[in-house]
Write a protein that binds this ligand. Structure first.
Ligand code: ASP
Ligand code: MG
Length: 418
């Protein structure tokens, strides 16, 4: 018997029919002798609908009220799921975040979980109940309802699994696992049976949207075994088969079944490139440029500074595409005149493509395979950045799909044929 957390996404909770299926699946686990905490998202589309209502009334709704509204989607879900579980003949009880409580800070619409009191949930489990807890929401020190940011139910589930020291956290979703890359771009992308936690962190932060990145960080910090699997398999498949399906996000690198050097190709269109041209090459320029950007709370990703000519250099970096206009304005107003730079130019039509794999730590020549592959496709690399387990290149957006396909092939990641 083990304590297991199940998380069901919005599509899996998308109709009362689907909620009944979730209840049947949960019942199968309970009848096999496990203790279950279930964390559902709002029914698909609900959070958007709720936030849309607020925007109909005001262009700048108060974040506290937005959380009051958005959190109700999950409250409906837990109630409906509890009823469905009871209809299956199980004892079940639902809780909102504040009832557990799931304690967060007060950053409305993007709150961070600070602690979870497990006493109430434990008592219910001991009494033989299935406990259904809202995803996405918590309560701040003053008792206000908070939400954890879009996609936050993943983080709720992992945090609850960590607090309860659950044996595993199963994330049931509308895809059947984590793939070597997005199958919409590369049709023969392969599902990974396992991926290390560090690789998953890179894949999630580089644009693979299977899990909210914070949930992966949480899983790493508290060493919660995580599995991503499909909620669209028939609910009555054998439990053993279900329990080993999908993708395991593991901590045991050595036990990794697939010892590929590169595990996946991630990509994102979310960035924009900015270059400050003709900056005097003197100590402190990086600080004078990027310090101003950071002060405005704009995150910087890739950075390069060119060799200087005649005491002048060009300085380029990328920011989130949403921050592009604001960053240009800020540089033009504050940095160019102060530094005596020539001008600022930018390009929002870029993409970032990355190869990720823990095998890169112990193998050399991986990055050069990447560069050769891009060269053969005649794709110009604008910027390069590396870490121990990834190499990223910034490219013209129009080459994104070509680059991803070529790299996927160059590293032999496709589904074996035949
Ligand atoms: N319902 C929330 C959202 O749509 C949280 C979640 O689904 O994870 O973002
Ligand atoms: Mg999600």
């Amino acid at each position: 018997m083990a304590l297991i957390v199940h998380k069901y996404g919005g599509t899996s909770m998308g109709s009362t029919e689907r909620i009944r299926n979730v209840a049947k699946r949960v019942a199968k686990w309970v009848r096999a002798g496990h203790q279950l905490v279930v964390v559902p998202s709002a029914m698909s589309g609900d959070t958007n609908r709720l936030l849309g209502l607020a925007k109909e009334i005001s262009e700048r709704p108060s974040p506290r009220e937005l959380d009051m509204i958005a959190s109700t989607g999950e409250q409906v879900s837990v109630g409906l799921l509890s009823i469905a579980l009871q209809a299956e003949g199980l004892e079940a009880v639902s809780y909102a975040g504040w009832q557990v409580p799931v304690k967060t800070d007060s950053s409305f619409t993007k709150a961070r979980i600070e602690s979870i009191d497990d006493a109430r949930v434990r008592a219910d489990l001991a009494a033989g109940k299935v406990v259904v807890v809202t995803g996405f929401q918590g309560v701040d020190p003053e008792g206000h309802i908070t939400t954890l940011g879009r996609g936050g139910s993943d983080t709720s589930a992992v945090a609850i699994a960590a607090a309860m020291k659950a044996a595993e956290c199963l994330i049931y979703t509308d895809v059947d696992g984590v793939y070597t890359t997005d199958p919409r771009v590369v049709p023969d992308a392969r599902r990974l049976k396992s991926i290390s936690f560090e690789e998953m962190l890179e894949m999630a932060s580089l644009g693979s949207k299977v899990l909210q990145i914070r949930s992966v960080e949480f899983a790493g910090k508290y060493r919660v075994p995580l599995r991503v699997l499909s909620s669209f398999t028939p609910w009555d498949i054998p439990l053993d088969e279900e329990a080993s399906s999908g993708t395991l996000i593991s901590f045991e690198e050595d036990e990794k079944m697939e010892q590929a050097v590169v595990s996946g190709i991630a990509f994102t269109r979310d960035e924009a490139k900015i270059t400050v041209v003709g900056v005097p090459d003197t100590p402190g320029i990086a600080y004078q440029i990027l310090g101003k950007v950071a002060e405005a709370n704009i995150d910087i990703d890739v950075i390069i500074q060119n060799v200087s000519h005649d005491g002048k250099t060009d300085f380029s970096f990328t920011v989130n595409r949403n921050d592009y206009a604001r960053t240009l304005e800020l540089l033009e107003a504050k940095v160019v005149p102060a530094l005596g730079a020539q001008k600022v130019v930018g390009d929002p039509k870029i993409c970032k493509v990355s190869i990720v794999g823990i095998g890169m730590r112990s193998h050399s020549g991986i990055a050069s395979t990447m560069f050769r592959c891009l060269a053969e496709e005649n794709i110009n690399i604008q910027m390069i950045t590396t870490s121990e387990i990834k190499t990223s290149v910034v490219l013209d957006e129009k080459y994104m799909e070509l680059a991803v396909r070529a790299l996927h092939k160059a590293f032999g990641l496709e589904e074996p044929r035949g």
